[in-house]
Ligand binder design. Structure first.
Ligand code: DP6
Length: 417
């Protein structure tokens, strides 16, 4: 199987982005294979700001599969990991590194154990699709390590079996998850609609909303919806085609109308579920009305909003100028708590702050109400309802990090660095 001393370890590090759906996936027709009841479309977010990095390592000296997430060991026995590991192992092919004297055959891969270390560059608890990036990164990195020859579409079908939305993180730009028809899920794959350079004017601002309660997981939420909601049958498949056209033509007003309508419809379906599911909270609703008022005042949409299974708002601005105007409004309505500094309140691409013209908390406090607010009452300001903002943009798909210094596992011990 290997070199003389059996001391070798082989290692790959991958980096995979998160994605945000603008046409939501909600509801499964097969829970084991994770097959959805509708097509969905997402935007991949810039991995510089939101991504998972995963190092996978194999060595004859490992006596069991082990995994660490953000430095803490976690159990690999849960179904979603097991499905991905099984599927990837079954597609492993022969590998040889003559220089290092390592040879691993297809059969060896079934017996060799793995060490996996994964790290999110954003807080896992913030509810920002960490499972999507995480499972996509696991599948991507293992596929590279095990010399898997399948294309990204087929890898997306494996990631899908870990978490549905993960399949869309195998590509950058705009991605469609085709629901497919086959019973075995072979045609339920992600495809890229356009890469990250196609519509590079867009700016994305995420408002991480302070949440008090633990949310219903997507998995159990969508199960209840499929069983109890009558509204779910009315989710419009037509939107997929219209959204594809809006993206192709960089038609922002259509993009924004469709994304907002689909997010609102998804949350309406959640409310129509028994027991009802509330993902958005009062802060989420206030962000929507701030955007809606502004869009209406301008006569055409400047910003689109979308909310996943939680209260965080993902806001897409048509260009940098509108993004600065948006951030100005957000900082006005949702200022940080007095002891927070601006540097930790707006993270990601901070250069937008310069366009807003605010440098510190004094500047935030001096912001005046936007013109569309006619009846502003000062007590409406809600300090601390938003934890922080992340400024980002559409981004690229997975990459291998070839620089060993970026690996999360020590090449000698096989343990987290
Ligand atoms: C609201 O992909 O997390 O974010 O397949 O059960 O793991 P499982 O669910 P998950 O659901 C995502 C739901 C959503 C919409 C979307 O991303 O399309």
């Amino acid at each position: 199987m290997g070199g003389e001393s059996e001391k070798w370890a082989l290692m790959v590090t991958g980096r995979t982005p998160t994605n945000i759906a603008v046409i939501k996936y909600w509801g499964k027709r097969d829970e084991t294979l994770i097959l959805p009841i509708n097509d969905s479309i997402s935007v991949t977010l810039d991995p510089d700001h939101l991504c998972t990095t995963t190092t996978v390592s194999v060595s004859p000296s490992f006596d069991q599969d082990r995994m660490w997430l953000n430095g803490k060991e976690i159990s690999l026995s849960v179904g979603e990991f097991q499905s991905c590991l099984r599927e990837i192992r079954s597609r492993a092919t022969d590998f040889e590194d003559k220089k290092k004297g390592i040879k691993i055959t297809k059969d060896d891969w079934q017996k060799l154990h793995l060490h996996i270390a994964s790290y999110n560059n954003f807080p896992t608890a913030a509810g920002l699709a960490s499972s999507a990036a995480g499972l996509a990164c696991l599948v991507f990195s293992l596929a590279k390590l095990m010399n898997v020859k399948e294309d990204y579409g087929q890898l997306s079908a494996i990631a899908r079996q870990g978490s549905g939305s993960a399949c869309r993180s195998l590509y950058g730009g705009f991605v469609k998850w085709i629901m497919g028809k086959e019973g075995d899920g072979s045609d339920s794959i992600a495809v890229q609609l356009a890469d990250e350079n196609h519509w590079d004017e867009l700016v994305i601002i995420i408002a991480v909303v302070s949440a008090r309660q633990k949310e219903t997981s997507s998995t159990s939420g969508m199960r209840d919806t499929v069983e109890t909601s009558l509204l779910i049958q009315h989710r419009a498949p037509k939107r997929i085609i219209q959204m594809e056209d809006a993206i192709k033509n960089r038609d922002f007003p259509s993009f924004a109308r469709l994304a907002c309508a689909d997010s609102n419809q998804f949350h309406a379906v959640c409310l129509d579920t028994y027991p009802p599911i509330f993902y958005m909270n009062d802060t989420s609703h206030r962000i929507i009305s701030c955007v809606e008022k502004w869009n209406r005042a301008e006569g055409t949409p400047q910003v689109a909003y979308t909310f996943d299974a939680g209260p965080n708002a993902v806001l897409v601005a048509r260009n940098r100028k509108t993004a600065a105007l948006l951030l100005q409004r957000l900082l006005f309505h949702f200022p940080p708590q007095s002891d927070t500094n601006l540097d930790s309140y707006v993270i990601g691409d901070k250069t937008i702050l310069q366009d807003v013209g605010v440098q510190d908390m004094k500047d935030v406090e001096a912001l005046t109400p936007p013109p569309e607010i006619k009846d502003y009452i000062p007590t409406q300001k809600s300090k601390g309802d938003v934890s922080y903002f992340i400024c980002t943009r559409p981004g690229r798909g997975p990459v291998v990090l070839s620089d060993e210094s970026q690996a999360l596992l020590d090449p000698v011990t096989g343990l987290p660095k």
